[in-house]
Design a protein around this ligand. Structure first.
Ligand code: IFM
Length: 483
């Protein structure tokens, strides 16, 4: 990367000493090399290769070829001055069948990546699960085997803990911070209720089962990680908590917000951080799933094993109001109002999207949701916090001189770092910020049509070009805070 001009001014809003200035990515979104080194298909390979599932039929087969270009990418990170990098480990690359021994080939890739990071003074943060379940664990079990059925099946939680233990034993000497799951809400509800994410299933009861088994898998993995890692290791989870706001002040709108908070947020924070599912959540979803049968004795002690840091992924607030004409009674079969809704038990709640001041995803730009959520998490749980994702997609263009000028992204990042500073001022112990994303990449169902990176990718040549937001971020890091 070319040298970044610096005006040597000190930060007006300095961040705490030791604050991690990071960027985040995920394996399927960047690695490519989908069939190399013994990697087997994940549910996202199957889903993206199914016609009609992703924009333009895009897949992660090649992505941004990070598997072969990781050294160049680490040099880019070092040039920006990143102090930490959050990546995810592809489960089907290190444990191709989803059970049994690990692949040395797969581990070698992550050993080389983490060595390269450490040599450049960048602290690795590894996420164990960013949505790429080995396909063999999703395919229904055959011949009396317990393995398969995806996250609605209890066995998958145990498979995840086994994978976590083996991976931590292999890489624990070089990775100080481990994140169990990324955005389990998306895995459960986008994957098994709405069908918009892999594996593309649309059964609200299965989505709730998946949510519990993700909670269980998280807790079992925390136990396994503690046993495998040095005492100094830190363990976390990344939740995309919805900053839910009622549209108006009516009790009906407040009730709509309560319902979304229950199935959007507390379905994970409850079991993970308090050892319980709240009664209102159980009541809202009782017509869909038998919670007494789903949650076994001892499960909630597992799900709530203590973690060291809580990771928050934040992009935009969620504004809701009461269903027009009043709440619709659920049907016994869970179908009816929005049968492919991503909100089981709250299908009739009305969501309000903004038309102005939005990103290319149509997501409203409102950093107050970030400061509010960080402050609320600090008050409720008292844990050290990380912002493990935050960023924006815009329709970037390359100028004739080859540069990419993205002032909207810089403004977004600046506004959200201000929000982090506000939360710190209010007492929240925020230890780091990982912007999403280091590079443009495969944005799931949107394929390559949405660009979140601070580094532009020319997908035809794989050329990397830091955008103006990258230069701004580098200067912010150098200064240790906001100008
Ligand atoms: O690209 C995703 C990421 O994989 C998970 N969090 C949200 C990002 C933007 O949609």
């Amino acid at each position: 990367m070319t040298a970044v001009p610096s005006d040597h001014r000190p930060a007006r809003r300095p961040f705490p000493t030791g604050f991690a200035w990071g960027a985040a990515t995920a394996a399927y979104q960047i690695e490519g090399a989908a069939a190399e080194g013994g990697r087997t298909p994940s549910i996202w390979d199957t889903f993206s290769h199914t016609p009609g599932r992703t924009e333009n039929g895009d897949t992660g087969d090649t992505a941004v070829d990070h598997y072969h270009r990781f050294r160049e990418d680490v040099r880019l990170m070092a040039g920006l001055g990143l102090t930490s990098y959050r990546f995810s480990i592809a489960w089907p690359r290190v444990q191709p069948t989803g059970h049994g021994p690990l692949s040395q080939h797969g581990l070698d890739f992550y050993r080389a990546l983490t060595d390269e990071l450490l040599e450049h003074g960048i602290t690795p943060v590894a996420t164990l699960y960013h949505w790429d379940l080995p396909q063999e664990l999703e395919t229904p079990p055959v011949g009396g085997s317990a393995v398969g059925g995806g996250w609605p099946a209890r066995d998958t939680a145990h498979r995840f803990a086994e994978y976590a233990a083996l991976t931590a034993e292999a890489l624990g000497d070089r990775v100080p911070t481990w994140i169990t799951l990324n955005e389990p809400w998306c895995s459960a509800f986008m994957g098994y209720a709405a069908g918009a994410h892999a594996p593309g299933r649309t059964d609200p009861a299965d989505a709730l089962r998946a949510a519990h088994h993700l909670n269980l898998g998280h807790g079992l993995a925390v136990g396994a990680l503690r046993a495998a890692l040095p005492a100094s290791a830190r363990i976390s989870v990344s939740l995309n908590l919805h900053a839910v706001r009622p549209l108006g002040e009516s009790p009906e709108d407040e009730e709509a917000a309560r319902r979304i908070d229950a199935v959007g947020n507390r379905i994970f924070t409850g079991p993970m951080l308090k050892g319980r599912y709240d009664d209102d959540l159980l009541e809202d979803t009782a017509h869909l799933v038998d919670w007494d049968a789903l949650v076994h004795d001892g499960d909630l002690a597992e799900t709530s094993r203590p973690i060291d840091l809580l990771g928050l992924n934040y992009y935009a607030p969620t504004v809701v109001s009461a269903p027009a004409g009043g709440r619709r009674l659920p049907r016994e079969d869970g179908q009816g109002a929005g049968s492919h809704s991503v909100w089981p038990g709250a299908e009739d709640v009305v969501f309000h999207r903004a038309n102005e001041n939005v990103t290319a995803m149509g997501w409203p730009i409102d950093p107050t949701g970030l400061s509010d959520t960080l402050t609320a998490l600090h008050r409720e749980f008292g844990l050290p916090l990380l912002v493990t994702e935050n960023g924006a997609a815009f329709d970037d263009t390359v100028s004739p001189d080859g540069t990419v000028h993205d002032p909207e992204r810089t403004a977004y990042l600046r506004g959200h770092l201000e929000a982090v500073a506000d939360a710190v001022d209010a007492g929240a112990d925020v230890r780091g910020y990982y912007l999403w994303s280091l590079m443009d990449n495969f944005e799931w169902g949107y394929g390559y049509s949405k660009r979140f990176g601070i580094v532009h990718i020319d997908y035809a040549t794989q050329q990397r070009t830091p955008k103006s937001s990258a230069h701004w971020y580098a200067e912010t890091i150098r200064r240790g805070g906001l100008d």
